[in-house]
Design a protein around this ligand. Sequence first.
Ligand SMILES: [Zn+2]
Length: 132
Amino acid sequence: MDTNPAHKTCSFCGVQGTADTTFAGGLGAMMCADCVDFFHDKLSSEEGLRSISLRSRSQMPWDEMSDTEVLAKLPMIAATSAQVSAFLVDWVQIARGRGLSWTEIGHALGVSRQAAWERFSRSKPPNAGASA
Ligand SMILES: [Zn+2]
């Protein structure tokens, strides 16, 4: 599993990590310290909650963006998707390292043993390619 923050992207703002970046992470999503502070402030009050709730908005954030801003979001979303996919590969490898079968892994993912094997069997093991 690659734990180098320089290889991580904040799943909330898209900032690329550096060797000194601290991320909070979970299930492949990563949150930089600035986003932790921002969302802590927003989630700590009713007014803050309303300001970030999509349900209370008459317009979505992307409604106010230029085409250039929308296009700039696409690679950030793709990077986040790739990060989550790599995290899934890592966890499948952890499961395999524990001796869990492709049948068990497939069942957990809602796919067949064959589909799980085809998707993950050629994945590199945890720590392969990771740098300190
Ligand atoms: Zn962030």
